[in-house]
Write a protein that binds this ligand. Structure first.
Ligand code: NAD
Length: 263
């Protein structure tokens, strides 16, 4: 408990269940006094998200499908009605079809699947950032979630890796545009964590296990660590950090060859 986020209001997008990274972030921000609205995809998720929201005193739940302009219009109009102005936005949303997340990238990637992954996982941050910035006349912080598959080749991550590369590049371009408005824009590159999204990737369990075994710390990526980075970036502690991709993966991203290899 603390007051690092006292007086700060914002939106967290992407809680599906209690394993969601967005949920871990919501818990830490709420514990530091943030006033939070959560957005969720579709009526069917509300059954799961409502009790979670209640458990940390979140009063505002907003339905939002990032692929729909109408849904985005309504969601951000609701956000404006609730808060008027906001201080932070956490974007923790991604999707690709299962058949784009396995085997050969060059063989399995379809036009439709590629564009869907780009739309939900990269463009949605650009769109959200533009809308959020309108509610941030006094500056603020925008944060998105990414993964190392954007920078390096990870088996089966395929189309999502390309979408994450676009997301990280978008983070830098948005940061350029919004920097003069005192809005910081950063991405957190988390190690593999066992969420719904990971389950959609072929070999997701192995990705998680290797993420720990090959990491410098020989540790899983802890939700508290990811949420801690989000707290730093969302709070005034990160006052002059923008355009950055912060890795929170027990050091997995710097490994060239795993040190349990026979040499
Ligand atoms: P998750 O499945 O809990 O969260 C993904 C969220 O995206 C869900 O809440 C889902 O409802 C939402 N979503 C999907 N399509 C949407 C749409 N059209 N409109 C609105 N929302 C939509 O899984 P997660 O692992 O918490 O993923 C959150 C973010 O973290 C994603 O960007 C993911 O790529 C990223 N990430 C995950 C890991 C990991 O290993 N789990 C690692 C690094 C980065």
């Amino acid at each position: 408990k603390g007051d690092l986020m006292k007086g700060k209001k914002g939106l967290i997008m992407g809680v599906a269940n209690d394993k969601s990274i967005a949920w871990g972030i919501a818990c830490q921000l709420a514990a530091q006094g943030a006033d939070i609205a959560l957005s969720y995809l579709g009526e069917s998720l509300l059954r799961r998200v409502q009790p979670l929201a209640d458990s940390i005193g979140v009063k505002h739940l907003i339905e939002c499908d990032v692929t729909s302009d109408a849904s985005m219009d309504t969601a951000f109009a609701q956000l404006k009605e609730i808060y008027g102005e906001i201080d932070f936005l956490i974007h923790s949303v991604a999707f690709a079809n299962k058949n784009e997340l396995q085997g050969s990238f060059v063989e399995n990637t379809t036009r439709e699947g590629f564009l869907l992954a780009m739309n939900v996982s990269a463009f949605s941050f650009v769109d959200s950032a533009r809308r959020a910035a309108e509610l941030m006349p006094n500056g603020g912080s925008l944060i998105t979630m990414t993964y190392l598959g954007s920078e390096r080749v990870i088996p089966n991550y395929n189309t999502m890796g390309v979408a994450k590369a676009a997301l990280e590049a978008s983070t830098r371009y948005i940061a350029r545009d919004l920097g003069p408005k005192a809005i910081r824009v950063n991405a957190i590159s988390a190690g593999a964590m066992r969420t719904l999204s990971l389950a959609g990737i072929s070999g997701g369990r192995a990705l998680h296990a290797k993420g720990k075994a090959f990491s410098l710390m020989k540790e899983d990526t802890a939700m508290e660590g990811v949420a801690g980075a989000a707290l730093w970036l969302a709070s005034d502690l990160s006052l002059t950090t923008t355009g950055e991709v912060v890795h929170v993966d027990s050091g997995f991203h710097v490994v060239g060859l795993p040190d349990d290899m026979e040499m």
